[in-house]
Design a protein around this ligand. Structure first.
Ligand SMILES: [Zn+2]
Length: 282
């Protein structure tokens, strides 16, 4: 399990904020690992928490106090509080596991602020937590208040398009402001996605977020156009119109995002499911 990569792992310590890179750590490793004071988990996917165990193992082996670990609470994480997390089970349990190992998990809230340290003093820099659900329900982004740089994890990637568990939360239609609109309003000066290169200035960052929104709008428009053609469609039938001729591999990959769009449109009151499992316009 230690071979899980650590693709995006913001940490705060003597050096301020550090992305620890795509590797786990061994006990022989010293700095910068042991200078970490706080670890913020951006969401529960294994490629974003997989290295945690190996880092904590370094602290344990050296007899050092464990860093503080923060996370947004996913609905599956049903503990009354974040204490006593079993890090051995962390990578294999679906739900956030329970045990007696001594470290505390601090549940994050929207707007939670973490001051960055420099040496033993304050660096005058503050990280703010922005809840950005959609990719997963527990996805957060991290804003450096003073510079407006934004760490987006898998909510917005350096390249390609993100996947999502809940498109209403991600893109619109829910009760709260959707995550893409939320990050757009932040007008970030730099975007650090969880995968791929960063986006290095405000104009490009805003353009990147707008590209995500436009992409979703366009796909939604296309799905509604297909549904206009006859009484009802299965998701697969919609896919086969949208991606005509691209083959079974594309159809299978495209079906889940189309279903996510249909559920979002259902929340919006624009489509409904039929008794035979198809979808129709309202
Ligand atoms: Zn992810």
């Amino acid at each position: 399990m230690d071979s899980f990569h650590l693709e995006y792992f913001g940490s705060l310590g003597r050096e301020g904020i550090t992305t620890l890179g795509e590797r786990g750590f061994k006990v022989e490793d010293d700095d910068p690992v042991t200078s970490i004071t706080d670890i913020v988990l951006t969401h529960r996917h294994p490629d974003h928490i997989g290295g945690l165990k190996s880092i904590l193992a370094v602290f344990s082996a050296k007899g050092l106090q464990l860093p503080k670990v923060y996370k947004w609470r996913h609905p599956l994480e049903t503990q009354a509080n974040g204490e006593n997390v079993d890090w051995d089970q962390l990578l294999i349990n679906d739900a956030w596991p329970i045990s007696t190992r001594a470290t505390a998990l601090t549940w994050l809230e929207d707007g939670h602020q973490i001051p960055l340290q420099q040496g033993s003093g304050s660096s005058g820099t503050t990280l703010s937590i922005v809840h950005t659900p959609g990719h997963t329900e527990d996805s957060i982004s991290l804003l450096i208040e003073e510079t407006r740089e934004l760490f987006t994890a898998d909510t917005i990637l350096g390249q390609g398009t993100s996947v999502f568990a809940d498109l209403s939360a991600y893109f619109g239609g829910g009760a709260d402001m959707a995550s893409l609109q939320k990050v757009l309003e932040l007008r970030p000066t730099v975007l650090y996605g969880g995968h791929g290169p960063h986006v290095g200035d405000q104009r490009s960052s805003v353009a990147k977020i707008e590209e995500y929104i436009n992409h979703r709008n366009e796909r939604e428009r296309q799905i509604l156009a297909v549904l206009e053609e006859r009484t009802s469609f299965t998701p697969r039938e919609i896919v086969e119109v949208l991606y005509a001729g691209l083959g079974i591999g594309v159809y299978i990959a495209a079906e889940k995002p189309v279903v996510a769009h249909l559920k979002k449109l259902e929340n919006d009151g624009k489509v409904a499911r039929t008794a035979d499992g198809k979808w129709r316009l309202l």
